[in-house]
Design a binder for this molecule. Sequence first.
Ligand code: GLA
Length: 441
Amino acid sequence: MSVDSNWLIQQFHQMFERHSDDEVWVARAPGRVNLIGEHTDYSGGFVLPVALEHDVAIAFRVRTDRTVRLYSCDYREMTQFCLDEIRPSADATWSNYFRGVAWVLSNYEGQGEREHGDNDEGEGASKDWYEWVSTGLERHLELCGLDGVISGNVPIGAGLSSSAAFEVASAIALLVAAGMDTGVLDSFEPECGLKVRLGIALACQQGENLFVGVNCGIMDQIASCMGLADHAVYLDCRSLEHKPVRLGLERAQMAIVVYDTGVRRGLVDSEYNRRRDETEIGVKIIAHALQRKDIYSLRDIDLVTFEALREVLPAKVASRCEHVLRENLRVQHGVAALMRGDLLAFGDLMWESHESLKDLYEVSCPELDMAVEIARDIPGVLGARMTGAGFGGCTVNLVHQESLSELIDALPSSPMRPGALQPQAFVINVADGAGAEGPKK
Ligand code: GLA
């Protein structure tokens, strides 16, 4: 269920003084669950996420100055800053995702046409998002202040990308306030709407990398921007080519269940960055061994080349690289399976993916493993795996509709370790990507 616009607008009117000419917009962006292709995006690999119905929404009105006032309904906290001086907040840390996006956008204000980024290697983050966002603006980007009220129902810290959802909703609010026509977002024309969405995703990733300081890949922001109901987004994180792949769940009488283990681990960021470093070390060693300067990421290496060179890599580095290379193949096979309607084959790839994340990439945890094992014992479950960065968070399960209650009843429903939250299982609706709603007349 997405955040209710009418309710959010009511909250807005309770927080901010009314103006006679009030025009309140709503920007919203969904969380995502990744079906397969885990820890591959920052190696320029393939991923297959879906956008969720759960989202983050911002009700906002444009101001005539450069002040931004934000109220979070979830944290019950107000924060304020000026677009001319954007710094991270030490108190309202939740607002740093919004600030980060505003900071990235403000660094490009009034710059007009820019030259292409000259760094095309690796993942898409190096590409110049401004050029793409500009296709949706009639003039150069000039940000305006705004008053906004925020609420979200994507579980926080569960690996369902609540932060990417907030970033994307923030970018849309800021761009609409700067004069972007919301019709641009409604258009799925490759030359307009899709480009703008891609540009927004890249700007948000840059905000998270450079301002918030989390070195994430591009999957979450693109899933939030590009999602399509009943489709997964097949994304090549190196070229940023993407296409919707129909899931056909209803016709096959299948469902996707997300099980939140309730486990949250503070270590995620440091372990995440370590995995990223290990794969980069692997790439450097392999490039050096082959004396090749054109190898920038694991996408530039195939499994046969890797196997031949495995011995020159430290054991852990070799395991990390093997996971990424095989996971990329699994995504490609998974897409082929979906396209021929073979959900059984897709499910098998999910089990394999989990084993690899557990044993080779070492980003699972006992609770995630247990949830996957429980699912494996239920005949109607075709596949299950951990999803997202790992170390806690959620599993994703592909299950026959008639086995739904058997699965949900079998999964633990009380906290599984001290300090953990209560686990919850829910059937997801695969939804459209981010958008904006104009003021109600
Ligand atoms: C987090 C990151 C993504 C991706 C996943 C793992 O969600 O934000 O970019 O790396 O972990 O697949």
